[in-house]
Design a protein around this ligand. Structure first.
Ligand code: MN
Length: 355
């Protein structure tokens, strides 16, 4: 496995690269071009600039998270072919720069949602929380206001103001789009891009829904094992793969993470490793990575990854905000650095016990 860390670039991240470099055992970062709107082509010069900046910090650019899919593609409007052509150009440009993995998602409007980005834990650390009760009393547009009011001034991925300022237009785009239609639109997209990915040696990794159930009535097609298998069946190729996000799928107690890993293991191209604690029906918080802190058995999850022979990029996902750090909610240095060290400990123990 290669150990990565999500990094938003010199301008977008509060964490300097040399601090990331000091995490023991780190191989590189998973990066992005912050400010790129869905549908825009990523130019080679821009990608190369990001790559150079990562490599100047003695780290590897392990993949991209994310290249966002334009709403015209997800909703299947008449403009989709134009945006798919742009996406294909971005894949080719990334490949030319030596990038071999793209994380993406196929969710209408909401890439992810939480109802509190700074919930204070008993020890004073801050966590992200989701509570369906709160969502039940909200309009979809209120979710934008909530996230923006709690973003601490950071640009949060998936919540770009330019896109969301046109919220009503965006909602109208998805009028009549059912789960079945959304899935058919994903099929259309994958059939166009996967042959290019095969040729260019760039692996796609679709990210599951967070939370993994329907909110505000928008269709969700990456919420459980059945959904994931259906997507993998569209095209059976190592390039049509998954991001196994344990905290996203794991937020539904019905999702058995170990079973999921065993069933789709060979198609896992990227792992987001994190823990969540169930607080009630459709209510959970993101916790420190340790099994004892949350509801997921992180040892069992790591063991399953070893059993299926996963050897791709793994990174600690959202952590708490600790030690008074000023950071993007979920993306502070302290708790993710502790999380990665813990995860590496699990891996070392599991590997050594096998021998
Ligand atoms: Mn994730």
């Amino acid at each position: 496995m290669k150990w990565g860390f999500r990094w938003y670039g010199e301008k977008g991240d509060s964490i300097p690269l040399n601090h990331v470099r000091q995490i023991p055992g780190i191989n590189g970062v998973v990066g992005t071009l912050l400010g790129k709107l869905p549908g825009e082509v990523w130019e080679i010069s821009e990608i190369q600039e990001l790559k150079n900046s990562v490599e100047s910090g003695d780290l590897e650019l392990l993949g991209i998270e994310s290249v966002a899919v334009h709403d015209a593609i997800k909703a299947g409007t008449s403009e989709r072919d134009y945006y798919i052509d742009n996406y294909i150009q971005t894949i080719k440009n990334l490949s030319q720069c030596g990038i071999r993995m793209i994380c993406y998602s196929f969710k209408p409007i909401f890439g992810w949602a939480k109802t509190d980005l700074s919930f204070e834990n008993e020890d004073g650390s801050l966590s992200l929380v989701y509570d369906q009760e709160v969502v039940n009393h909200m309009q979809a547009s209120d979710m934008f206001k909530l996230i923006h009011s709690q973003s601490k001034g950071f640009d949060l991925p998936g919540w770009e103001e330019e896109r969301l300022n046109k919220f009503d237009e965006l909602v109208a785009t998805y009028d009549g789009v059912t789960e079945e239609i959304l899935f058919n639109n994903l099929t259309y997209f994958l059939k166009k891009i996967i042959p290019v990915c095969e040729e260019m040696d760039v692996k796609m990794a679709i990210h599951p829904d967070d939370p993994p159930y329907e909110i505000f009535g928008f269709p969700r097609i990456t919420k459980n094992l059945e959904d994931l298998k259906k997507i993998l069946n569209i095209i059976d190729s190592p390039y049509n793969g998954l991001t196994l996000c344990t905290g996203s799928l794991g937020a539904n107690p019905d999702n058995d993470m170990v079973k999921i890993i065993h069933e789709v293991g060979e198609k896992i191209n990227f792992v987001h490793f994190r823990n969540v604690k169930f607080l009630g029906e459709r209510k959970f918080k993101e916790t420190a990575h340790l099994s004892s802190e949350g509801s997921l058995d992180m040892f069992a999850i790591m063991k399953a990854l070893v059993e299926v022979g996963f050897d791709g990029v793994i990174r600690p996902d959202h952590g708490r905000t600790v030690w008074g750090e000023i950071a993007m909610p979920g993306y502070g240095l302290g708790d993710r650095a502790m999380g990665i060290t813990y995860s590496q400990g699990l891996l070392e123990a599991i590997q050594k016990m096998k021998n």
